[in-house]
Ligand binder design. Structure first.
Ligand code: DUC
Ligand code: ZN
Ligand code: ZN
Ligand code: ZN
Length: 478
């Protein structure tokens, strides 16, 4: 078995950082050692196959993006990254595991869809992958499927309070799924926006001739997010199910989560890089020769970007510091402008919702360390350790310790990363939502289960390196 020593670096776990060497034996971390130490008198450096010098660099557990949608059929098209292209891009950005979503649309059978998603991902992924299950109409067979899926390592179920006729579950259906989750120990994930209010505002906006991408955000106000977040928390309280609110963007929704947590409820929140950095005003001001004000379609996602005048972005960074929000995923759901987003020219409601960021999450959050918004250890925690604990992978993933998978990123704080199409971008998109972003750091080397898959921007892995990760129940519950 290949043995690799990563020496001279600073090992950063969520619990602290220290100079240390990391020894990987085959696919697994064998030891984290004081710099230059021997193992029972055994000279390590001269007995391994590869030595990587990480002097001046951070050695961190590989990133875990627990919210991606590779090749998801949605909005009359399909997300433009396949499992192959999307996971390769993720690897370039220092992410070594994703948790994607099996989709069950209304009327479909859950277990059939689960088998179908395995077919899409199998032999195609550059990095390890797990699945959550989306439930739309909650049929009786869906409830028994939930028990089956927990045994398969799918221990989290996403429900929607928006997207009527596509995903939306009514409150009765939500309660039924929550009761089953409370019973089998799984996690309920919620897209918390009041769908009927949004549908009405969208119709009124279009009727008034307000059709440009900016009105996507205007018609999905924070009140619709706060209300749905509160309702989801109350339904979880009623049933005893743990609740994880996805893609939180409104500070008022954060307050609901914080209150529930203060009350001792197992309620958690995820935010995404777009809600930390981007605003509705950025979308309003966006314009180009090619697209005019339709340029704003590049940032149409749900929940939407929020107004910077209301302070959501600042509040979101603060919430990451205080643990009112526990982790950062991307909701990676990429669409090209040509042939996909442009379906919404003249009608923002027809723009497929989604932003692609899977490649840039680790860098964008590292910039938060440089800008003193979060600590170095908190960076590792919100991008790797908590995702692993939240979704039942900790020990194997999310930490550098003996017995863990050799998923390791060597990050150079003296490096630099320019983001944009033609720069670091490997996602299958004809634009970047992050064009022009400059990061004071750089992903140097990425190992997935002991194998170097990215080195100095070169991809050295191959499709099919990534394996399915059956997950246990959440390790984050109290
Ligand atoms: N939001 C998005 O932006 N895209 C996919 C689905 C969702 O909830
Ligand atoms: Zn969602
Ligand atoms: Zn999503
Ligand atoms: Zn470099």
């Amino acid at each position: 078995m290949m043995k690799t020593l990563i020496k001279n670096g600073t090992v950063v776990n969520s619990t602290g950082s220290a100079p240390a060497d990391v020894l990987i034996d085959g696919e697994t971390i064998a030891a984290v050692l004081a710099p230059g130490s021997t193992l029972l008198g055994f000279d390590i450096e001269n007995n391994v196959d590869t030595v990587i010098d990480a002097a001046g660099k951070y050695v961190i557990p590989g990133g875990i993006d627990a919210h991606t949608h590779m090749q998801m059929p949605f909005g009359g098209t399909e997300a433009s990254d396949t499992f192959e292209t999307g996971t390769r891009a993720a690897a370039h950005g220092g992410t070594t595991s994703i948790v994607d979503f099996v989709v069950q649309y209304a009327g479909e059978n859950v277990l059939d869809q689960y088998a179908l998603w395995h077919d899409k991902a199998r032999s195609n992924c550059a990095i390890d992958y797990g699945f959550h299950q989306i439930l739309s109409d909650v049929q009786d067979s869906s409830l028994t499927a939930m028990d089956e899926l927990v045994k398969e390592g799918v221990s989290s179920f996403k429900l929607f309070m928006a997207y009527k006729g596509v995903f939306l579950s009514d409150d009765g259906q939500i309660v039924k799924a929550m009761q089953r989750a409370a019973d089998n120990g799984s996690m309920i994930m919620m897209h918390a926006e009041n769908g009927s209010v949004i549908d009405l505002l969208v119709q009124q906006s279009l009727a008034a001739g307000n059709t440009s991408p900016y009105y996507h955000g205007i018609t999905r106000p924070w009140q619709a997010e706060e209300e749905a977040t509160h309702r989801a928390i109350m339904l979880a309280n009623l049933t005893g199910a743990p609740l994880y609110v996805v893609h939180v963007s409104a500070k008022q929704a954060v307050e609901q989560i914080a209150m529930a947590r203060d009350n001792g409820q197992n309620v958690f929140g995820e935010t995404c890089p777009q809600y930390l950095y981007l605003s509705l005003e950025d979308q309003l001001g966006a314009s180009s020769e090619e697209w005019g004000d339709f340029e704003g379609a590049k940032w149409v996602c749900s929940t939407p970007l929020r107004s910077k005048h209301e302070g959501h972005q600042h509040h979101m960074w603060q919430s990451l510091r205080t643990n009112d929000i526990q982790m950062v995923s991307t909701d990676h759901c990429p669409f090209c402008m040509k042939g996909q987003k442009d379906m919404g020219l003249g009608n923002f409601a027809k723009i497929p919702n989604g932003i692609g960021s899977v490649e840039h999450r680790m860098d964008l959050l590292y910039q938060g360390v440089v800008d003193k918004k979060i600590s170095l250890e908190r960076w590792v925690e919100v991008t790797s350790t908590t995702p692993a604990r939240m979704f039942g992978m900790y020990g194997k993933k999310g930490v550098l310790q003996p017995g863990a998978d050799g998923d390791v990123v060597i990050y150079d704080p003296n490096g630099h990363t320019s983001i944009g199409v033609g720069k670091t971008h490997h996602m299958n998109m004809d634009y970047s939502a992050w064009e022009g972003y400059e990061i004071d750091g750089h992903v140097d080397t990425v190992l997935s289960r002991g194998k170097v898959i990215v080195d100095d921007n070169q991809y050295l892995g191959s499709k099919g390196d990534g394996q399915y990760v059956p997950r246990g129940l959440s390790q984050y519950l109290i």
